[in-house]
Design a protein around this ligand. Structure first.
Ligand SMILES: [Zn+2]
Length: 172
């Protein structure tokens, strides 16, 4: 009888020691602080944006304005390079994706990446149903996305020149 009790007691002890061993591994996950540093940099207040953007950029990027057609600096711009968000510098489009749409604004048939750089939002303003496109990183208004593009993708990203900055391809 005594032997059985000792055996039971030792089994309980082993069980207890196993449990205490498991605890440290459970703590590790709570120390993970993978907050995206970009979030804090680009989640600026409108006041802060006003300081870093030109008046025209602020009007388009933050107030969802539209530049007048055929006036933007990148409308008829076809150099090789990359187009970045004018608000935060996120690379959004390449010159290979740009095409002449004759609509008066720079047009692209696709975006860089897997559709995660440009956020698509249903836009019901001005009595129309359109898809607004904004920078996925800083939420700056870029323009609108239409499905009447002439290329294989069928997409036409109609983008304000003011919302983007161009970086020429580096010569090798
Ligand atoms: Zn941006």
């Amino acid at each position: 009888m005594k032997a059985v009790l000792i055996l039971l007691a030792s089994m309980l002890l082993m069980n207890a020691s196993c449990q205490t061993k498991q605890e440290p591994s459970a703590i590790i996950s709570s120390t993970q602080k993978n907050s995206n540093p970009m979030d804090s940099n680009f989640n600026k207040s409108e006041e802060e944006w006003k300081k870093t953007l030109s008046e025209e950029q602020f009007y388009v990027l933050r107030e969802k304005g539209t530049e007048r057609p055929f006036t933007g600096k990148y409308n008829l711009h076809f150099e090789k390079g990359t187009y970045k968000c004018a608000g935060c510098g996120y690379e959004l489009f390449t010159s290979d994706q740009k095409f002449e749409s004759h609509c008066g604004w720079p047009s692209f048939d696709n975006e860089i990446g897997n559709g995660d750089r440009v956020k698509k939002i249903k836009d019901f303003s001005h009595g129309m149903i359109r898809t607004e496109v904004v920078c996925a990183r800083c939420n700056g208004h870029l323009g609108h996305l239409f499905d009447d593009g002439p290329t294989k993708t069928g997409n036409r990203y109609c983008i304000n020149s003011v919302s983007i900055d161009f970086e020429p391809e580096k010569k090798k």
